[in-house]
Write a protein that binds this ligand. Sequence first.
Ligand code: MRU
Length: 347
Amino acid sequence: MPAEVNEEHSIYWVDGAIVTIDQRALPDDLRWLRLTTVEEVVDAIRTLAIRGAPAIGAAGALGVAISVLRNDNGWLDTDAVHADAGRLVAARPTAVNLSWAVHRTLHRLPEGPAAVLDEARSILALDGVVNRQAARRAADLVERLCPGRPVAALTHCNTGRLATVAGGTALGAIHHLYARGVLRQVIATETRPLLQGARLTTWELREAGIPHRLCIDSAGASAIARGDVDVVLVGADRIAANGDTANKVGTLPLALAAAHYGIPFIVVAPESTVDPAIADGSAIVIEERRPEEVTHHAGVRVAPAGTDVYNPAFDCTPATLITAIVTESRLLLWTGGAWPVRPIADR
Ligand code: MRU
């Protein structure tokens, strides 16, 4: 592994290639991939070798840089680069970070290959910085909303350093709370069907020595009902202009439970996850994935052959259920309607 790959980040740009942790192999195998073609980048994003909204954004930007390198034969075939950019954006439809980063990089194409590479590298370099900032601000908010006690936080899917270039979003906030001595425990949901929580979040929490328990997704609401959770912290894949938020499927039931039992439900994301072009959540495209992810477990069929499947990868939580959305530059607090039902500080 090249010297600059020091495992602090999950994605690197090394000599014209993307070097990244293969998230499919975790938790047992910390394997690095070296991607040198657009096809390999698209495949890595589709198969979740690279996953998490900010991480696929950075990979998409670097994918455009790879396309430019490969289509520069003394003259730049810009049609081919545009076609590659289209393939990258289409790899996964829900997280806006992917199209945001690809289009931002593509925008520099008229300035030539060096400008494209420069843009992609700056997206890569900035991701960790903005996530750390958002995570720190979210931790500040949790301390304000849950004063005077070490908190138990519930989180869904994986929003840690693996899901970003570095730092993490919701899991980053959890790291901050732990470092400040105000975190009692994390409850991590397993995140069916691809187990990002069981495989990746527990791996990151263990690596950091943060006390945690893993639960099945359907136990999340009961943990909240029993008073075992003080705050729910999640990431986001696309935030509409009105605050409706698409995130890993299973987020909505947690938000409903948090609202019902009067605990804060906080979304942590970089500004690149906000999509001002989308008025509300009804317009967010929700990715549907292969039926085998549901009918099979560890490669073995568990449902009768031919069973029809509903397998959305994400769901959309209405803004009215969200206590706050925290980015690196904004703190959006829900103040309208009937929510919060009772003041959070009363708990
Ligand atoms: O399908 P995935 O694993 O890419 O889904 C990831 C999530 O839903 C995350 O919560 C989201 O991308 C935020 S990651 C900081």
